[in-house]
Design a binder for this molecule. Structure first.
Ligand SMILES: *Cc1c(COP(=O)(O)O)cnc(C)c1O
Length: 400
């Protein structure tokens, strides 16, 4: 007789169909979901190995790079962040981190745990860094590595990074960028911008479930990795070993999560099929329609208008409206998920994601209509139909 009694046995899993318009995970493409249900092959099966090669080529296209070391780390976006940092940082190394939201803050924490001497420079939530202030900090700190977030999901801010990469290089430092929310939603040009290290995640604009972290290291970063004195502090995330599995050795390191790799391969194939330019244009259009729609409803956006992401919009919650009341109703009555605010935006903002497969006209229209109904029911004065009308005008203008 077992000491632990059997718990109530649930029936077959049957999650509701949602429209995921939050900061991630985003709506998954049906082809990606179907890929995950396909039969497993072994992680060293010739078919799987061929698929990994396809994935690497497709990732190089998505990142716009020829970097040989381009692969998917097993783990979510944060594992990608940790991979880049633990492989490039040795205890005592100086790192400069630009913090204008939650994910820059996380980078500081990860780098400190890896033993870096971290200097953080800060910008208020919703703003971006001016290259000149980064230049001044780089001069003062003389870091080995500069870290910055390209698309800050906690605020919706779009940080230009090309000039900052140049500043890092002029001072002999490496640059690492976080493209978890950027990749496949806005242009990411790893080679043209000379980015040394980049990581991403699968559940934002790639429209895959969470579980893998695409990572790419350029020649300068690979050299730093090869010249390390100390072993990489994390066995699991040591790129020199992981690369031997993704490279021609096919050396066993850990068992690749097969189904997740199917999903990523399929998601990247969909990205390539659509083409990056068309994909960015689609994200830009839907983002613009949402922004116009929200503005026409009398709502205000919290991010600097010159640096607003199309795939993540931070909108101010109207005075007197309770954050959770609205989000719960959106979920219950329309099956729509949007995100709450983080950090100083907690309770002050909603975060609306239009990422990957979720970035489409029907998402924008349904969300605007549902939000209008919710707010009007709560007594907020929202001009009826204006949000949808403004969004529709953006679409018909674009169709001309
Ligand atoms: C989501 C996100 C992360 C963290 O990714 P997880 O998959 O949640 O671990 C890191 N950086 C940015 C910019 C993100 O949006």
């Amino acid at each position: 007789m077992s000491a632990i009694p059997k718990p109530p046995v649930p029936g077959p899993l049957n999650p509701s169909r949602r429209l995921l318009l939050g900061p991630g995970p985003s709506d998954v493409h049906p082809r990606v979901l179907a890929a995950m249900g396909m039969p497993l092959v072994g992680h060293l099966d010739p078919e799987f190995v061929a698929m990994m090669d396809e994935t690497q080529d497709l990732l190089r296209y998505a990142f716009q790079t020829t970097n040989r070391m381009t692969l998917a780390v097993s783990g979510t976006g944060s594992a990608g962040m940790e991979t880049v940092i633990v492989n490039l940082i040795e205890p005592g190394d100086r790192m400069l981190v630009c913090v204008n939201g939650v994910f820059g803050g996380r980078m500081v924490d990860v780098a400190e745990r890896a033993g870096a001497q971290v200097t953080a420079i800060e910008r208020p939530y919703g703003e971006v860094f001016d290259p000149e202030e980064v230049r001044a900090a780089v001069k003062k700190v003389n870091p080995k590595l500069v870290g910055i977030v390209h698309a800050e999901t906690s605020t919706g801010a779009w940080q230009p990074v090309e000039e900052i990469a140049r500043i890092a290089h002029e001072a002999g430092a490496l640059i690492a960028i976080d493209t978890v929310t950027a990749l496949a939603g806005i242009p990411v040009e790893i080679d043209a911008w000379e980015i040394d290290a980049v990581y991403s995640g699968t559940q934002k604009c790639l429209s895959c479930p969470p579980g893998l972290a695409p990572v790419s290291l350029g020649p300068r970063a690979v050299e730093v990795l090869e010249r390390r004195k100390a072993k990489v502090q994390s066995w699991y995330l040591d790129l020199s070993m992981i690369q031997r599995y993704w490279g021609s050795d096919r050396f066993y390191h850990h068992t690749a999560p097969i189904s997740m790799n199917y999903a990523l391969r399929e998601a990247l194939a969909i990205v390539a099929e659509e083409g990056l330019e068309a994909r960015f244009a689609r994200h830009a259009l839907n983002g613009r329609a949402l922004h116009e729609g929200l503005a026409a409803m009398g709502l205000s956006l919290l991010t600097d208008p010159k640096h607003r992401l199309p795939q993540l919009t931070c909108v101010k919650i109207p005075d007197g409206v309770d954050d959770l009341t609205v989000r719960r109703r959106l979920l219950k009555d329309w099956g729509i998920e949007v995100g709450g605010g983080l950090g100083p935006f907690k309770g002050q903002a909603w975060r609306i994601g239009l990422m990957g497969y979720g970035s489409r006209q029907s998402s924008v229209t349904l969300l605007l209509s549902a939000l209008e109904t919710c707010l009007r029911d709560l007594g907020v004065s929202v001009p009826p139909g204006e949000g949808i009308r403004a969004a529709a005008a953006v679409y018909s203008e674009a169709a001309k």
